[in-house]
Design a protein around this ligand. Structure first.
Ligand SMILES: [Zn+2]
Ligand SMILES: [Zn+2]
Length: 336
């Protein structure tokens, strides 16, 4: 079968490899679409601590079930896959929090993932897609699940307002999910003009935060209070600098982004405002199911997908996301 292989830092190849043979409790999925995630960019850069070449990357993909022994999901069904590999016996796993397992692994990082014609996955991780969901949208369920988890896990309340830093895939997924979950108002901040434009086309107001006096700006927008919720989907120091200026007294800050470098925060401001500062990691199985339902009901999520390329253009796909100003947000490969 054809696969995109990570061969080492900054090196990809597209070549034939043997079709995977599912072990006991695993099943074969014929891949349709598979997206490039920030994690895949880290692997490609050679900075991911666990990924070892040669590797078939991608943990966000859709396809059709090839195996015919799974009760309730006939062969040929459109599916997506919950890509987490939890150990099942550490304390987080035993207390119902397998998504933050002490030794959490993922398909596409700790074993081969979706950048190939076929992928082997645990049977229990298969999530059927509604017939109205395209395979392209099916491959977007994973980042939408991050947004769903962010709001469900941290207790977002309908009617609250929100500020989001970053109009990348995750920022846009959080914005659309907030709209679904009944936010009274969503403002986004982004420095990249193409990404800001895209968010505007999806109906969001976007402000460039460079040079903005954050605290007074946010108060002005919120009757003098600051935002109920501030979501950091950017993960860079200039954002960490102002998170505590944007939030209201006793408001909520959620760091969704993966900070690649240590950041500093003016924590004294958090003390004065008695805010909370929370983090989220991936998603629960339930979040994935909710995300699959949400994309079925709202095709506007499709706008996040800017490029769908054939596997032979693997290098181009990664270049689009590692070069500034291309306007690329979610880039996928199609294996159909
Ligand atoms: Zn991802
Ligand atoms: Zn565990």
């Amino acid at each position: 079968m054809q696969a995109i292989i990570y061969e080492g830092p900054h090196t990809l190849s597209v070549r034939e490899i043997p079709k995977p043979q599912p072990k006991e409790g695993w099943a074969l999925v014929k891949v349709s679409h598979a997206g490039i995630c920030g994690t895949d960019l880290n692997i490609y850069a050679g900075t991911h601590p666990r990924a070892k070449a040669p590797l078939v990357m991608s943990h966000e993909f859709s396809g059709t079930l090839e195996s015919d022994h799974i009760p309730g999901i006939p062969k040929g069904s459109p599916v997506t896959v919950y890509p987490l590999l939890s150990c099942g016996h550490c304390q987080p796993c035993q207390t119902g929090n397998g998504h933050v397992c002490n030794t959490l692994g993922l398909l596409g990082i700790d074993c081969d993932g979706g950048f190939a014609e076929y992928v082997s996955v645990p049977v229990a991780s298969i999530i059927p897609l509604a017939p109205e969901v395209s395979q392209k949208l099916g491959a977007l369920v994973e980042p939408v699940a991050v947004a769903v988890h962010t709001l469900r896990e941290r207790g977002f309340v309908p009617g609250d307002n929100a500020l989001i830093f970053g109009c990348g895939t995750i920022g846009l997924c959080v914005a659309l999910t907030l709209r679904k979950f009944g936010a009274s108002c969503v403002l986004m901040m982004e420095t990249d003009a193409a990404r800001a434009q895209m968010a505007r086309e999806m109906g969001f107001e976007v402000v460039n935060p460079i040079g903005l006096e954050m605290e007074s700006f946010c108060k002005e927008r919120t009757k003098g209070n600051g935002y109920d919720w501030v979501f950091d989907c950017a993960g860079v120091q200039p954002v960490a600098d102002v998170l505590l200026d944007a939030v209201k007294v006793r408001g909520h800050i959620v760091v969704v982004a993966a900070y690649s470098k240590p950041a500093s925060l003016p924590l004294i401001k958090g003390m004065f405002k008695e805010t909370d500062l929370q983090f989220v990691r991936v998603y629960r199985f339930k979040d994935f199911e909710v995300a699959a339902q949400i994309v079925a009901a709202d095709p506007s999520f499709k706008q996040i997908i800017t490029h769908v390329l054939p596997a032979t253009e693997a290098q181009k796909g990664f270049d689009l996301l590692t070069t500034k100003g291309t306007g690329a947000v979610k880039v996928m490969f199609c294996f159909d």
